[in-house]
Design a protein around this ligand. Structure first.
Ligand SMILES: [Zn+2]
Length: 233
């Protein structure tokens, strides 16, 4: 949590449209309601998420961007930014690192949310998509050390982008969560945000039942769980 003298800005870095909503919509909406400025950055163009063979890729990209904008509006998120990397083909390279460092230096977040890239298998129940791993790894490297040191991507300085220190990192989809956020009062809002992704699942009843169960803890509360890293230096 940011102290009052620190900027209350959070950046959610997601591989695909809808990942950030699954990962942290409940907490992001809580922070937004407390006055935080929340930004979403989606690293790929979302060109792969359909089984509809009549859907054109251009139409899908445009629709999924609109869906992410609508989901963010429902969460109270201030702004959504899109990188145009190809869905399903994201690799961690200097280009991706530069893109993420640029947004961190531009938006100057206190907190960054992203994918936990540590493991390929998560909770023995899903495979961590390669785009998610590339996004998480590049985001962590961008946070430390790259965005902090003016000698990395020195061309940014000439554009007026100063080095920046992120203070807190929250990773979703982790095998080692150490930070629970009670989203019981906001779980409906999270589901409302998710259902904006009409091309993916929309408001199908089986989907809503599934997600509601997914965040329900044994004691009946709804939790988002993160691996939290507080950067002291
Ligand atoms: Zn994804």
């Amino acid at each position: 949590m940011a102290t009052p003298e620190e900027a209350q800005v959070a950046l959610v870095i997601a591989a695909h449209p809808d990942d950030g909503d699954f990962g942290c919509a409940g907490y992001a909406a809580q922070l937004a309601a407390q006055g935080w400025e929340i930004h979403f950055l989606v690293c790929t163009n979302g060109a792969k998420g359909t089984s509809d063979r009549n859907m054109t890729r251009e139409r899908l990209i445009a629709l999924r961007r609109d869906e992410q904008r609508e989901a963010c509006r429902r969460m109270g998120v201030s702004d959504v930014h899109f990188l145009d990397n190809e869905d399903g083909e994201l690799v961690y390279d200097r280009r991706l690192l530069e893109q993420l460092v640029r947004y961190i230096r531009m938006l100057r977040p206190h907190t960054v949310f992203t994918h936990d890239p540590t493991d390929i298998i998560v909770r023995d129940s899903f495979i961590n998509h390669p785009d998610h791993r590339a996004t998480g790894t590049a985001s962590l490297d961008a946070i430390y050390p790259t965005a902090r040191d003016h000698l990395n991507f020195p061309e940014h300085l000439a554009e007026g982008l100063e080095p920046h220190r992120v203070r807190e990192v929250l990773l979703w989809g982790s095998n080692q969560p150490n930070f629970d956020v009670d989203i019981s009062t906001g779980v409906d809002r999270k589901i409302h945000a998710l259902t904006a992704h009409v091309t993916q699942f929309g408001d199908r009843e089986d989907f809503i039942t599934f997600v509601r169960e997914r965040w329900k803890a044994e004691d009946g509360r709804y939790l988002e769980q993160f691996r939290r890293i507080v950067l002291q230096f």
